[in-house]
Design a protein around this ligand. Structure first.
Ligand SMILES: C[S@@+](CC[C@H](N)C(=O)[O-])C[C@H]1O[C@@H](n2cnc3c(N)ncnc32)[C@H](O)[C@@H]1O
Length: 316
């Protein structure tokens, strides 16, 4: 596997805003918790000759590509094949207990989405396997879920993680279809969803978008442990250290918003409780009261950035 053209180096989302919030010109040790193709890491390394970056990713292929892209920075860059939910442990194993900045650009990379064999996209009309695992060593694929889950669980999944109103109809069709032929490819599922939601002709977003999102979240357990990740990341930040989190859908953004709010000392108890029981303490200052979003020129250059929301904080 190799990087062949500048086109392969997809544009990092909200790079300028991320570097500013990270205070990346100051020099220090930064963690890129979602290395991907190394776009944000490259930006951080370029921002100051005094910067070092450790990149984490659970996708071994992403690590390989990023290492090629960032080889010119020598020892200033290194990578760890791990889940960011292991951030504290992975860094402690390297003797690191404190860092100056952490960035997490959540979700999947363009590389994953654009590689048919990874099975993340409904765009491919060939035999792309219905896979969707970020870490190919994980045991469960999207095909396993559509093959083995009950109709009710599938409907709940597609509704909750995809926010898809036609979830029951789609789940019903899946269960009917799988008695005739096993689900193997992304195309089988995409065609089934198009038929289930009765959308013909030109659509604004592909009818299978929400169903694919729901399956991807479930396969990779993307929402589990995000709040603990924020706690661990804040633990690791040195005083005045910064954290930036970029999300791409409302479920993720809600979790990050709550977790950062809690870290900034806001009570997150349900309003009906007579007194605070969440035990919040002010550990960070929020740098974004509302999430920052990409500007028009970025959206023109990179339409995939359209749903990005950036939240940032500073350790007190
Ligand atoms: C949106 S991409 C990052 C793109 C990167 N910022 C760039 O500019 O090239 C997200 C990356 O995070 C990785 N990822 C997602 N969840 C992860 C997790 N729990 N632990 C580690 N890596 C994860 C994915 O494999 C993917 O490569």
């Amino acid at each position: 596997m190799s990087l062949e053209s500048p086109h392969d180096l997809h544009l990092p989302v909200m790079l300028a805003e991320s570097l500013e919030a990270l205070n990346a010109t100051k020099g220090g040790l930064f963690i890129d918790a979602t290395l991907g193709m190394g776009g944000h890491s490259e930006g951080i390394l370029q921002a100051s000759p005094g910067n070092r970056v450790i990149g984490l990713d659970r996708d071994a292929e992403a690590i390989e590509l990023a290492q090629q892209r960032l080889a010119r920075f020598g020892e200033r860059f290194s990578a760890i094949h791990t889940d960011y939910r292991q951030i504290k442990q992975s860094l402690l194993e390297k003797g690191i207990a404190s860092v100056n900045g952490i960035i997490a650009d959540l979700g999947i990379s363009s590389f994953q989405l654009d590689t048919p064999e990874r099975g993340f996209s409904f765009r491919f009309t060939d035999d792309s396997p219905l896979d969707m695992r970020m870490n190919r060593a994980d045991p469960t694929t999207a095909a396993d879920i559509v093959t083995h889950w009950s109709e009710r669980d599938l409907a709940d999944l597609i509704f909750e993680y995809g926010e898809e109103r036609a979830s029951r109809r789609i789940a019903h069709r899946i269960v009917q279809a799988r008695t005739k032929e096993p689900f193997r490819t992304t195309k089988q599922l995409a065609d089934l969803v198009i038929a289930a939601v009765h959308q013909k002709g030109h659509w604004k977003i592909h009818p299978a978008t929400k169903t694919f999102q729901a399956l991807r979240i479930a396969v990779n357990q993307e929402l589990d442990g995000l709040d603990q990740f924020v706690v661990d990341a804040v633990d690791l930040l040195a005083v005045d250290g910064r954290m930036v989190v970029i999300t791409f859908h409302s479920l993720e953004d809600r979790l990050i918003k709550q977790a950062l709010k809690f870290q900034s000392g806001h009570c997150v108890c349900p309003p009906q409780l007579p007194d605070c029981r969440c035990g919040t303490a002010r550990r960070v200052e929020l740098l974004t009261s509302k999430p920052a979003q990409p500007c028009e020129s970025e959206l023109l250059a990179n339409p995939r950035a359209r749903s990005a929301k950036l939240r940032a904080c500073r350790k007190l």
